[in-house]
Design a protein around this ligand. Structure first.
Ligand code: ZN
Ligand code: ZN
Length: 41
């Protein structure tokens, strides 16, 4: 099972992109990251 690079929880599915420096984040951390990125715009 993959592990989130941010919260270190074991999760079923992970997501990455340039914003996470291509580290694997769980959906909660990934969504939260993009939420703040969107807020800054
Ligand atoms: Zn996480
Ligand atoms: Zn992104």
């Amino acid at each position: 099972m993959p592990t989130c690079a941010k919260c270190e929880n074991d999760v079923k599915k992970v997501y990455d992109c340039d914003h996470t420096d291509y580290e694997e984040y769980c959906v909660e951390c990934y969504t939260e990251l993009h939420y703040y990125l969107t807020e800054k715009d």
